[in-house]
Design a protein around this ligand. Sequence first.
Ligand SMILES: Nc1nc2c(c(=O)[nH]1)N[C@H]1C(S)=C(S)[C@@H](COP(=O)(O)O)O[C@H]1N2
Ligand SMILES: [Mo]
Length: 169
Amino acid sequence: MYTQLKNHIVFLLFVAIVPFTVTAQTETSQSIVKVSGEVLTPFNITLASLKEYKQTTVIRKDKDGKDHTYLGVEVSELLEKAGATLNKDLRGENLTKYMLAEASDGYQVIFALAELDGGFADRKIILTTNVDGHPLPANEGPFRIIVSDEKLPARCIRQLTSLAVKFAN
Ligand SMILES: Nc1nc2c(c(=O)[nH]1)N[C@H]1C(S)=C(S)[C@@H](COP(=O)(O)O)O[C@H]1N2
Ligand SMILES: [Mo]
């Protein structure tokens, strides 16, 4: 009887504490995107700080073939804040720079800086946190890059953790 009661208490403690620990972890260590590399001022993007930028909407098809509406901030705005060589500074050897995006599962994709710069292309490349009016589901977010007008969604990197600007050589 006593052992049974003890088992019950241990079980209840487990059920109560484990979800709390998991939630605490997603809200602190994972909810940032590190911006680093060839930039003047590296910084961390948080969910709250994204509200300070101009919001942009991109509608694109996902792997399910259906249109989804993503709300976010243009990646170029974030790189500008970090002091990357965009706009008038994107010429000469700076045209050999690219941005490496990395996710928590190890997936990586790159974009040339010129692909991200509004002076070169109309295609929108945004950092999104919301799809169809809701925060991204855990297997996609909290941060994802969405590329408009690209046939495959392969560069729409989910669970983004880092953006690093680098020289190709
Ligand atoms: N982190 C991460 N992002 C990723 C991938 C991945 O394996 N890991 N796969 C890519 C590929 S190949 C595709 S087709 C799309 C699929 O996105 P969906 O499952 O939301 O449709 O996610 C892209 N983003
Ligand atoms: Mo894919």
